[in-house]
Design a protein around this ligand. Structure first.
Ligand code: GLU
Length: 596
């Protein structure tokens, strides 16, 4: 969590932020806590600046879409290594009047010339190492984030994109206070940032990561936002900003005197101005499935989030006895998520047919998969994917790779009219492809490394190989849950493929384990993505390992943290509980217009 620089209780009040009893940060500045409840609208993000901006829009009469865009643009400034206009994402919107859920697919697209061999080194015919592919022009897809904001503002907002970019431009110009998370993200990327003139100038002042407590400014990004505000998004997709973006991809701004060494050649990419000009949003129907009387709306392809979350919940619902203990519930959570991952890897990619998607989240399929779970014994991982053409319990032949990541950011906004935005957006790895576009202040994505570099499914086709203009498969899972046709919960998280399990576990915690939303958010996490060992936070392993290990579950090495979620729960009488992380990723910031 970062605090607004030099912000007093008075200026917070002017901004419209409730300061009744804000927790004080180490520097004595008021801060927004991880949980807020009340009325009139709510915002939850990972960052106090972004939450404050979103809340201010709500207080001035903007709706959830307006607030989400303004907050997202601010996250592009304060969380530049997770998300921004150099990347893409998925925007899920619940329209209270129409009582309908819509989505925008702002996923990056590969170049029109991209082939299946995009990440194969022609010199030896082998896939590039991940780091070599990432820190290159090859990993950069045409960004969809700015187009997403523009489209959402036009379709559902009440303010212009131009006006919604202004608060973020102000934060970029004035700067924000560097916290330990920000500094660490730079430190983790220092070797790569140090190779590029633009990245090291912005993020390695004096050759080292910025000090905690220093003020980070980004005047180039302030100018870029203002230029877009003035000229429209055409300046990005078909104009001067886009030219600079493509130039960076095709001729990475490698420094003559790099800071530190980088182990790989820095390869140019092939994305063109025509690719950028040809970028198109998609508006897929959300995935829809039912769970214990709730209706779960998720993100359709090219994300695997909606199908994997939906399938796993269906499997749990089918198989888990109503009298289950906590251990049995967690056992089913882990088993269902391994099965859903096997199927995701086999079947889900950008071009998967709607019929297959429907099948994967059908009750019939859940039955076929749930019957493989043994109440008393964990399946050997990796489990094979199911055969979508068969009936009954018929395992096929092969597991899939597991992926992980910790980049990306998520925000949740609701307004007084009952509209909701759940938005996950990203530049893929923390630090994207590590190149700041010179003079423009934003980082490029490495989203194309979400493709499989080589086939993973043996003799079966791999749904996630690169192809011309194709979108890489995602795990982002912005999710909106209705109960009796009314909003109940909206949630999402970053974390690469662990996004799916974090969203699943939050739902399990809240719906099956009887936790409140803040408890569900704080509870320790584990992720079983169909590999031998469960990835877990130490607290989960300590708390539940003794009961799960005798069932045959094994744990891989502990991970420091999984996810950085945000969520809003809708309470009776039009109230909100806005919730973000108490500690993960430095802690998030939640706020409501009228605190209870
Ligand atoms: N690129 C990932 C995806 O779309 C998200 C990256 C992350 O959260 O680390 O699934």
């Amino acid at each position: 969590m970062r605090f607004l620089p030099a912000l007093t209780a008075l200026s917070l009040t002017t901004l419209g932020i409730a300061v009744a009893s804000p927790p004080a940060s180490a520097g004595g500045q008021p801060a927004l806590g991880p949980t807020a409840s009340g009325y009139g609208g709510a915002v939850a993000t990972v960052d106090a600046n972004a939450t404050a901006v979103g809340l201010d829009v709500l207080r001035r009469g903007g709706n959830a879409v307006d607030a989400a865009i303004a907050a997202a643009a601010t996250l592009g400034v304060t969380e530049p290594f997770s998300a921004g206009i150099g990347g893409g994402g998925f925007f899920v919107y619940y329209d209270a009047k129409r009582r309908s859920v819509s989505t925008i697919d702002g996923r990056e697209t590969g170049p029109a010339t991209m082939t299946e061999k995009h990440f194969i080194d022609p010199a030896d015919g082998l896939p590039y190492d991940f780091a070599e592919a990432r820190v290159s022009g090859l990993s950069v897809g045409a960004p969809g984030t700015l187009a997403t904001w523009e489209s959402a503002a036009r379709k559902w907002g009440t303010r212009s994109l131009s006006s919604l970019l202004q608060p973020a431009a102000g934060v970029a110009e004035r700067g924000f206070v560097v916290d330990a998370t920000f500094r660490q993200q730079v430190a983790d990327n220092a070797a790569a940032f140090g190779q590029f003139t633009s990245s090291r100038e912005l993020y390695l002042p004096g050759g080292a990561p910025p000090a905690v407590g220093s003020v980070q400014r980004n005047p180039d990004l302030a100018d870029t936002y203002r230029l877009i505000a003035k000229k429209g998004t055409g300046v990005f997709y078909r104009g001067a900003v886009g030219e600079d973006l493509v130039e960076t991809v095709q001729h990475p701004p490698v420094a003559a005197d790099p800071i530190g060494t980088w182990a790989y050649p820095i390869r140019p990419g092939t994305l063109t101005e025509a690719d950028l000009a040809g970028y198109r949003l998609r508006y897929p129907s959300p995935t829809r499935s039912d769970y214990r009387g709730l209706t779960i709306y998720g993100m359709n392809t090219p994300s695997s989030g909606g199908t994997a979350v939906g399938e796993a919940l269906n499997i749990i619902e089918k198989g888990l006895p109503t009298s289950a203990t906590t251990t049995e519930k967690l056992h089913y959570y882990l088993e269902a998520s391994a099965l859903a991952f096997a199927d995701r890897n086999r079947y889900v990619g950008a071009n998967t047919s709607p019929a297959v998607i429907r099948e994967l989240i059908s009750d019939r399929w859940a039955g076929q998969r749930a019957c493989q779970i043994d109440r008393t014994k964990a399946l050997t991982k990796p489990v094979p994917p199911g055969d979508i053409n068969a009936e009954g319990c018929t395992p096929a032949t092969l597991g899939g790779p597991t992926e992980q990541g910790q980049s990306t950011t998520n925000l949740t906004v609701a307004d007084r009219w009952g509209n909701i935005v759940e938005y996950t957006f990203t530049i893929e790895a923390t630090g994207g492809n590590t190149m700041v576009v010179p003079g423009r202040g934003f980082m490029l994505n490495n989203e194309l490394t979400d493709f499989n570099f080589a086939p993973t499914q043996g003799t079966a086709p791999d749904p996630n190989l690169p192809g011309p203009g194709k979108r890489p498969r995602s795990s982002m899972s912005p999710t909106i849950v209705l109960k009796d046709g009314k909003p109940f919960l909206a949630l999402g998280s970053p974390g690469g493929a662990t996004i799916i399990t974090t969203v699943l576990q939050l739902l399990l915690n809240r719906v099956d384990l009887g936790m409140t939303l803040p408890e569900a958010m704080a509870a320790p996490r584990a992720s079983q993505r169909n590999s031998a060992g469960i990835q877990a936070e130490a607290a989960f392993r300590t708390q539940y390992g003794p009961a799960l290990t005798p069932l045959g579950h094994t744990f891989a090495a502990d991970v420091a943290e999984l996810g950085a979620a945000t969520a809003i729960e809708f309470t009776r009488g039009g109230g909100f509980i806005a919730s973000s992380e108490p500690t993960r990723r430095g802690g998030g910031a939640a706020a409501v217009v009228h605190p209870r």
